[in-house]
Design a protein around this ligand. Structure first.
Ligand code: ADP
Ligand code: MG
Length: 574
């Protein structure tokens, strides 16, 4: 709540004016039946047209005043609630930027997207609705009762009896409805997940002709969501007939008691009419109230989901120690000591007991079958994830004792699934180093064998990528990503299968360039290619998350069965 108030404070003015406007609007509204009673009793019954004209004019003027005030409030409440939604969204987005891979895995990115969009909209709507109706409902109730009591106390009792009955039925219905709204949100998440997966992998889906399968999956989730919404709405919808019933019974009671009073001269006909009008207003007020309570229930489910993210302490942050001793990575020595790792939510260790030491400037090939945990292992070096147990040391200092900035600026990493962003090629490269000069950029691109194809585009380095720009091939993308990592002149360079889409000849050139440019950089290179393995200083062979063997390539040919298998499978292929 405190978090919301920090944002809402900006709209203090609107929050103060809005209730005043609502008060004026309610006064304009509740005074109408009084006028009407006057027209009937003093005008119509007394056959006096001038009363009708005079009071009628008041009625119209008061209505117009009420209308103007309401329009003003609509404007003010829209501005404040939309502004609030925008600010909250920005806050949430900034928070998500700070989260680690670990945290994002835990929430799942689909769910984060729903929270950023759907959930925030719910809260925004609630604020808008509250500013328009929250005060309106109780005020309307109070004013209507006030006028009714003034007309006739006995009659007011009939009205007062109807209110708790209505209130209780609304409460009972909502108590059943709230858990359903939580479930609706979960189903929306599940649907988003399917859509997101499908869109990310749309090429695979199409190339394997799996559209039908995907469509079925989508339909299932979609129908799930539909059923849940229907169940939730059924409950909401059942409120209205119940209210109608109570309303009709109340009207009959009023006409019965009131009719009796009119006959014995205790009540005037106009007053009886105004009474029925007030009853309608009270019912309106209760409906508004129930709508708000309902929206409140929905929004509070959304709010919980938003606060859950806002209150998450990013799991990877600078440690106390890291902030104090500002170590620098100078040589690029890497050591894994008894390292085990499991993903959040996982039930087995993906990496088990990993131990090895790498000297500065060494090139280490990491090989193993898909799923052997090669990517998982190297991601621990720049602390994209933290080891579950054990320790990773760089230059004899645990990685946790470095500032994250230091780690990320000294370690160049090309992820297996690397993406470029919308923008020019130069913009994308400058992600590696914001203030890179054109000369540095060209040097890095030449080393990554990207310069020539970039220059073949008419706009060269200013070529737009992404939507509305050119589409580069997978191999070209990988080379831009390598150049981006090289720009940092890293002490440690990690290439996760980053040349898989580049032809062997180009890859050889890239490797030669790397050797020249980065002779004292420690390089981890995850690869499937035997040539690359053979040219490394040493090879780590991973199998099922454990180190099967580690050593120089020629030695492994003799000692490691797994290595021999990888080698032989490639010889047969080529
Ligand atoms: N973000 C993740 N969350 C949960 N499990 C994961 C995640 N990434 C990978 N895994 C699992 O960890 C294991 C090792 O994966 P990975 O390191 O990608 O292997 P490799 O790179 O050798 O193919 C696999 O079983 C994979 O399913
Ligand atoms: Mg991998």
């Amino acid at each position: 709540m405190k978090k919301y108030w920090q944002i809402l404070r900006k709209y203090k003015g609107s929050l103060l004016i809005s209730p005043l406007l609502v008060l004026v609007a309610v006064l304009c509204e509740t005074v109408q039946p009084m006028y009407m009673a006057k027209i009937v009793d003093d005008g119509v019954m007394q056959r006096d047209l001038s009363v009708i004209t005079e009071v009628g004019t008041y009625m119209v003027l008061v209505s117009i005043a009420g209308l103007l005030v309401t329009i003003l409030n609509v404007y003010i409440s829209s501005r404040a609630s939309i502004g609030f939604g925008t600010d909250l969204r920005e806050r949430l987005f900034n928070k998500i930027q700070q989260l680690s891979f670990f945290d994002i895995d835990r929430f799942s990115s689909a769910s984060l997207i729903t929270r950023l969009t759907n959930d925030i909209t719910k809260i925004q709507q609630l604020i808008m609705m509250s500013m328009r109706m929250m005060l309106r409902a109780p005020l309307l109730l109070v004013m209507a009762i006030f006028f009714v009591v003034r007309i006739n106390t006995d009659m007011a009792l009939v009205l007062l009896a109807a209110i708790p009955v209505l209130g209780i039925s609304v409460y009972l219905i909502l108590r059943k409805g709230f858990p359903l709204f939580m479930k609706v949100q979960q189903k929306v998440d599940a649907l988003n997940e399917v859509v997101r997966e499908n869109l990310i992998n749309i090429r695979v889906v199409k190339s394997f002709v799996r559209e039908d399968f995907e469509t079925v999956k989508f339909r299932e989730k979609s129908e799930d969501l539909r059923d849940m919404i229907i169940r939730a709405s059924n409950i909401v919808v059942s409120i209205f007939p119940v209210m109608q019933l109570v309303m009709n019974i109340s009207i009959i009671a009023i006409l019965w008691v009131g009719g009796h009073k009119v006959m014995i001269g205790d009540l005037k006909v106009g007053e009886l009419i105004s009474f029925v009008n007030y009853l309608a207003q009270v019912l309106m007020a209760l409906m508004f109230l129930s709508m708000i309570v309902m929206n409140f229930a929905r929004a509070s489910a959304s709010s919980e989901r938003i606060l859950e993210v806002l209150n998450t302490e990013p799991s990877l942050s600078n440690t106390q120690k890291g902030l104090l001793d500002t170590h620098k990575i100078l040589s690029g020595k890497v050591e894994f000591k008894d390292v085990s790792f499991r993903y959040s939510g996982g039930d087995t260790d993906v990496l088990k007991d990993i131990n090895f030491k790498v000297s500065p400037g060494e090139t280490i090939a990491v090989v193993g079958a898909t799923g052997a945990a090669k990517s998982s292992m190297v991601q621990l070096i720049p602390r994209l994830y933290d080891a579950t147990s054990g320790e990773i040391r760089i230059d004899d200092v645990p990685v946790k004792d470095y500032l994250l900035d230091e780690l990320h600026s000294r370690i160049g990493m090309v992820l297996q699934k690397n993406e470029l962003f919308t923008g020019t090629i130069a913009d994308n490269l400058r992600w590696g180093k914001e203030d890179a000069t054109m000369d540095e950029i060209i040097e890095a691109c030449k080393a990554a064998q990207a310069h020539d194809f970039i220059m073949s585009f008419t706009d060269g380095y200013d070529t737009m990528l992404g939507r509305g720009g050119v589409n580069v091939s997978g191999g070209q993308k990988q080379r831009i990503c390598i150049a981006r990592a090289l720009l940092r002149k890293p002490k440690i360079l990690i290439l996760d299968d980053s040349t898989s889409a580049v032809d062997t000849e180009t890859e050889l050139k890239i490797r030669e360039n790397l050797n020249m440019m980065l002779h004292d950089t420690t390089v981890f290179i995850i690869t499937q290619r035997i040539n690359t393995m053979q040219s490394a200083d040493r090879v780590i062979v991973l199998e099922d998350g454990s180190i099967d063997a580690i050593g120089i390539p020629d030695e492994l040919m003799k000692t490691s069965v797994v290595y021999q298998e990888i080698y032989n499978s490639q010889i047969i292929l080529f």
